[in-house]
Design a protein around this ligand. Sequence first.
Ligand SMILES: CCCCC/C=C\C/C=C\C/C=C\C/C=C\CCCC(=O)SCCNC(=O)CCNC(=O)[C@H](O)C(C)(C)COP(=O)(O)OP(=O)(O)OC[C@H]1O[C@@H](n2cnc3c(N)ncnc32)[C@H](O)[C@@H]1OP(=O)(O)O
Length: 221
Amino acid sequence: MTDQVDDDLDSAAVTGSSAVGRRGGFPKLRMQAADTGPDFGPFIEAMRTLQDLAVSVDAPDEVYGAALSHAQAMIDLLDPYRAPEGESPAGRVLDLPGRGSLLMVPWQVEYFGPDLVRSRGSFRRYHVGGNNAVHGGVIPLLFDEMFGFTSFMAKRSVSRTGYLHVNYRKVTPIDTPLVVESRVDRIEGRKTFVVAELRDEDGTLLADAEGLMIKLLPGQP
Ligand SMILES: CCCCC/C=C\C/C=C\C/C=C\C/C=C\CCCC(=O)SCCNC(=O)CCNC(=O)[C@H](O)C(C)(C)COP(=O)(O)OP(=O)(O)OC[C@H]1O[C@@H](n2cnc3c(N)ncnc32)[C@H](O)[C@@H]1OP(=O)(O)O
């Protein structure tokens, strides 16, 4: 998948800040898979499990104290390696869930083309808003990612989200395989109207969305 994306993205730009060039206000990035070793993906996955635990454990205070010591040791280990956006691998590893970014939902794009982008995954414990339902602020994050990808694949970069309208049709569960599909609905000048649907594996519609992606003018950040 990465090679295809590299070809498609070779002369394009996405959100980022590695100043290889400028297009609109977006720094231009050479779109290639970050060069990670075998431990990066498992490290990110372990961090997600830590997020799950941080929102779900009920432990004695001394356990939190011990965990804090371990966390501080990790901070001390990693802090010397801070790098600008676009240089750190997070968000640039298309073969990893959520592009290897802790911000993104840990889903995997399984198909992308100018006509359609499809991604699969599950929400996790740290996505819960209440009563095991996914938080209503997390689902737009998934849709926005899909819309960014969709407008990009339709060669509508560099665009930013003008609006994102979500209809919550049913409670979205955690720990359940789900699929989201996104496509361009229509194009009007700088405006790309995009639509997406989130379903479970039985095809039940959980949420749908419409978004407006607006092509940036030169100089717009
Ligand atoms: C390096 C390795 C890479 C690995 C990754 C590889 C691949 C990844 C591929 C793709 C990337 C994938 C995912 C990307 C992830 C996510 C994407 C997220 C994108 C965002 O999340 S980005 C943040 C949120 N976003 C903002 O931060 C925008 C703030 N905003 C502005 O920056 C301005 O707002 C701007 C510049 C957008 C427009 O400003 P402006 O002044 O140039 O234009 P103007 O206002 O005139 O609007 C023009 C026409 O749009 C209409 N219009 C505007 N707004 C409207 C609204 N709300 N409703 C209805 N119509 C609206 C007007 O009515 C007019 O329409 P008309 O032309 O017909 O009159």
